[in-house]
Design a protein around this ligand. Structure first.
Ligand code: KIV
Length: 262
């Protein structure tokens, strides 16, 4: 299993870090045997696994349930869990208890969105021995404040702010930062300025690594086609064809065969 120290060495050596989300046991078994470096139980679970419109509906209990399921399928992957909406805004006691249950469910690190007001919380967690990943740019828990899934940091003042925030996250002790939906040039500046690794999604090639939602990269999300997404499988069509093949075999009495019967 890779460690936070190895992620740092990978950045220093110019070796890219691959991160994929995971939410359940059966995909964790596949992820575990893959070459991917780390797994994120993202609060995108609320959308991908539960059909909510935003990540705001990810509750702590939901996150723990997914972390525990993924953990049961992993033997050798570093597992990061998202802190759900407002978990770091309800005081240090609530935050500490949230991290406690996520880590006891199997997470080895937590990710939280934003900088500014979170610095004390991050310092608190890091001093307690918890690896913390930051998340800047498009922070989906603030979707209503941001006015949608829009590119962030595309003017001088917002790009300067994001760069400053990234520096403050590193100073607070984050081991890595997700950069979501920002211009490639800004992601490059941040990556070159910081010593910790940056993990991009919609942030171009010049980050220390990339993260994608598993179902997106496998092409299960038929109607989700942002510019940054590369689909490595036409999962939706393949699974639909398999289901239809099963359906016709049942209807045409081709399944089960004598060989498949007792
Ligand atoms: O929740 C999530 O899946 C994420 C990634 C997109 C970085 O935060």
């Amino acid at each position: 299993m890779k460690t936070v120290q190895e992620f740092m060495s990978m950045k220093q050596a110019g070796r890219k870090i691959s991160v994929v989300t995971g939410y359940d046991y059966w995909s964790a078994l596949i992820l575990d045997e893959s070459d991917v470096d780390a797994i994120l139980v993202g609060d995108s679970a609320a959308m991908v696994m539960h059909g909510f419109e935003t990540t705001i509906n990810a509750e702590l209990e939901m996150m723990c349930y997914h972390v525990a399921a993924v953990k049961r399928g992993l033997t050798n992957k570093f597992l990061i869990a998202d802190l759900p909406f407002l978990a770091h805004k309800k005081g240090l006691t609530f935050l500490t208890e949230s991290v406690d249950v996520l880590m006891k469910a199997g997470a080895q690190a937590v990710k939280l969105e934003g900088a500014e007001q979170n610095i004390e919380s991050i310092k608190h967690l890091v001093s307690a021995g918890v690896p913390v990943m930051g998340h800047l740019g498009l922070t989906p828990q603030s979707i209503h404040k941001l006015g949608g899934n829009k590119l962030q940091g595309n003017d001088e003042s917002s790009s300067e702010r994001i760069l400053k925030e990234a520096q403050s996250l590193e100073d607070a002790g984050c081991f890595s930062i997700v950069l979501e939906m920002i211009p490639a040039k800004l992601a490059r500046t941040i990556t070159e300025t910081l010593s910790i690794p940056t993990i991009g999604i919609g942030a171009g090639i010049h980050t220390s690594g990339q993260v994608l939602v598993l179902q997106d990269l496998l092409g299960f999300s038929k109607d989700f086609n942002p510019k940054f997404l590369r689909k490595y499988l036409d999962g939706f069509s393949l699974i639909k064809s398999a289901l239809n093949a099963y359906n016709s075999d049942v209807k045409e009495e081709k399944f089960p065969s004598a060989k498949e019967s007792y």
